[in-house]
Design a protein around this ligand. Structure first.
Ligand SMILES: Nc1ncnc2c1ncn2[C@@H]1O[C@H](COP(=O)(O)OP(=O)(O)OP(=O)(O)O)[C@@H](O)[C@H]1O
Ligand SMILES: [Mg+2]
Length: 456
């Protein structure tokens, strides 16, 4: 994760290249769109409001990297990001999830990450306070009203001695010598009424926080409780308590809202599933309803959330779909117009498969090698074997359905099945996958169409 100002389009593409082979045009479009968010915030005055994001539709057959691109941008930027499935939504008024909930979800994501960031920032300070509080328990400070019994001189002496012991204990505490000593800690537990809510309504539609509401109806009472803890647990406990005191909820919400409104990204996957090819059937009418509900959100409108209104005008929308049954032109025209950039992803070639098997940081070969390693077995692929696997993948995609790189998964499991089952009882030590081995294992299956349909 790096901050947005360092992520130039070229750097974004470089990062994506580590995971996704090819698809250069799509990567470029996404990179430019991301950078434009940052550029807009540098624009002064009224013009800043006028610059709206160029929403993108990624179009391409199944298994060629559309969702993968989304997944990678999510980890790349610290902009609030969610990926939603278009097919999960239903038209307003019907049972199910309404499209506005995606904005609320995005805000929740932002709140969580801002809270985590802010909590981390105050961690050091909170721990310092926590240590003082534990010291207060170990060496209680002198009370003011002790004064009556002692002369001023004695008092000074007592205070000095108290301070000395405290320093001694602090040193022991910091060198972890006291970690396992038990102390009594006064914990304050909010006592909230125990009410369970049963409902068959999706929680989405409940737009406010039940426990907060109940909290304001029934005044919060706190309960003093003494618990025995080890010193190290007490430090962790007080650090946690102090962290939440140091981080103000309203600051979290303000920051999160601003991030959502200025940098938020919503990735709408499977958008082709709400396109309608036949305008008359019932399902299609409902799909069109979802599209119509999406319009104002994509164009920019205020969506109510439990933390106030969120303006969606500058949220970037990236949609993706295979569009093999429907076409982008089957989306209602108003929605098409709101996604001005169309990027087509290409079907993957045998050459691409070779690279996909080897190069991405999370490539299948790397994954399986790591799995084998856990059984103390070295898994080695000869180059010719990798090329052979890629060839089989292409062939299977041609003969049956083109499922893109997903075919590599099924082929690899078939290829390695025996080893995965025999390990660790059988001691291979080293498994070398050769071209011949690939052929032996796969050619029979691929030639037999019925078998191939089930296995690959
Ligand atoms: N170009 C690519 N480079 C590297 N890996 C890829 C590529 N395309 C697909 N993959 C791998 O194939 C799998 C499926 O890809 P992905 O989820 O992106 O498909 P998709 O394009 O979203 O397809 P669908 O339309 O079916 O949702 C992932 O595990 C991904 O790692
Ligand atoms: Mg997908």
């Amino acid at each position: 994760m790096s901050s947005l100002n360092k992520l130039t389009p070229k750097k974004i593409v470089n990062e994506l290249d580590k995971y996704i082979i090819g698809q250069d045009k799509a990567k470029r479009a996404v990179a430019i769109a991301l950078r434009n968010r940052w550029r807009r915030l540098k624009v002064k005055g009224e013009l800043q409001q006028e610059i709206v994001p160029n929403n993108i539709i990624l179009i391409g057959p199944t298994g060629v990297g559309k969702t993968e691109i989304a997944r990678r941008i999510a980890t790349l930027t610290n902009a609030p990001f969610i990926k939603v499935e278009a097919s999960k939504y239903t038209e307003v008024g019907y049972v199910g999830r309404d499209v506005e909930s995606m904005v609320r979800e995005l805000l929740d994501v932002a709140i969580n990450s801002v809270r985590a960031e802010m909590t981390l920032k105050v961690q050091k300070k909170a721990k310092e306070i926590a240590i003082e509080r534990v010291l207060d328990i170990l060496i209680p400070p002198l009370k003011k009203d002790d004064k009556g019994q002692a002369s001023d001189l004695d008092l000074e002496e007592q205070q000095n001695s108290n301070a000395r012991s405290r320093e001694k204990f602090r040193a022991m505490l910091l060198s972890k010598k006291l970690d396992d000593r038990e102390i009594e800690v006064n914990t304050q537990q909010p006592r909230s009424p125990q009410i369970e809510i049963f409902s068959n309504v999706g929680l989405d539609s409940i737009d406010f926080n039940f426990s907060e509401m109940l909290g304001s109806i029934f005044p919060q009472r706190t309960q003093n409780q003494t618990r025995k803890m080890k010193v190290k647990e007490a430090i962790a406990y007080f650090t946690h308590v102090e962290q939440s005191k140091l981080v103000k909820n309203e600051n979290i919400v303000t920051e999160a809202k601003s991030r959502v409104e200025n940098n938020g990204i919503i990735f709408i996957d499977e958008i082709d599933k709400i396109a309608s090819t036949d305008k008359k059937s019932g399902v299609d009418v409902s799909r069109q309803g979802v599209q119509r509900d999406l319009l104002p959100i994509v164009e920019g409108s205020n969506v109510p959330t439990k933390h106030g209104m969120i303006n969606t005008r500058h949220i970037l929308f990236i949609a993706a779909g295979a569009f093999h049954i429907s076409k982008p032109s089957d989306l209602i025209p108003e929605l098409q117009g709101r996604f001005p950039l169309r990027e087509e992803l290409q079907s993957l070639s045998t050459e691409d498969f070779i690279k996909i098997l080897r190069y991405p940081k999370n490539s299948l070969i790397k994954q399986y090698s790591a799995l084998f390693k856990s059984e103390k077995t070295e898994l080695i692929f000869e180059d010719e074997a990798v090329a052979e696997i890629a060839k089989f993948a292409s062939k299977a995609n041609e003969k049956m359905e083109d499922i893109g790189a997903r075919r590599l998964h099924t082929i690899m499991t078939t290829l390695l099945d025996e080893y995965l089952f025999e390990l660790p009882e059988k001691k291979y030590g080293e498994v070398v996958i050769t071209q011949k081995l690939v052929n032996d294992k796969l050619s029979r299956i691929i030639e037999d169409e019925d078998l191939a349909k089930y296995i690959l």
